[in-house]
Design a protein around this ligand. Structure first.
Ligand SMILES: [Zn+2]
Length: 145
């Protein structure tokens, strides 16, 4: 576990303000992934992956709708009013929450180290984002999404 006393609190949300959330992260430890896959490239999603206990959906649960494709493991939630994808459950870590650093309030992106992730070649590269245990658990899941 990360040391909770090193965690900063960040507030964020969608564009229209219906969906609001709070996330705890340690910018010194938690790196942000910039994925080039078909989905993230178009969304401009910058991934900050945190355990669910570090994420609170403050408002707008009823405004969220979900897009799935390919394996259907990733639940791409977004605001049905303004269409912004502030967070979702990623295929790489289905038990975690993946927050879009671009949707945090103010420009906090510069606090984090952004690392490119080659999601076009997801199968070959996913090990770089996961622990060995998670890779074994995720075996047999094929294709992006
Ligand atoms: Zn919205």
């Amino acid at each position: 576990m990360t040391e909770t006393n090193r965690l900063n609190t960040y507030e964020g949300g969608c564009h229209c303000g219906a969906v609001r959330f709070r996330v705890l992260a340690n910018p010194e430890q938690d790196q942000v992934s910039d994925c080039n896959c078909s989905m993230c490239r178009k969304k401009g999603f910058l991934h900050l992956i945190v355990p669910p206990e570090q994420f609170t959906l403050v408002s707008g649960e009823e405004m969220l709708t979900t897009y799935t494709f390919n394996t259907g493991v990733a639940k791409h939630t977004f605001c049905k009013i303004c269409g912004i994808h502030g967070f979702y459950r990623p295929r790489s870590h289905p038990h975690m929450i993946d927050v879009n650093v671009r949707c945090l309030d103010e420009n906090v992106l510069s606090q984090f180290r952004v690392v490119p992730f080659d999601g076009v070649n997801w199968e070959e590269n996913i090990h770089s984002l996961r622990s060995a245990e998670e890779v074994i658990e995720g075996q047999g899941v094929k294709g992006k999404g």
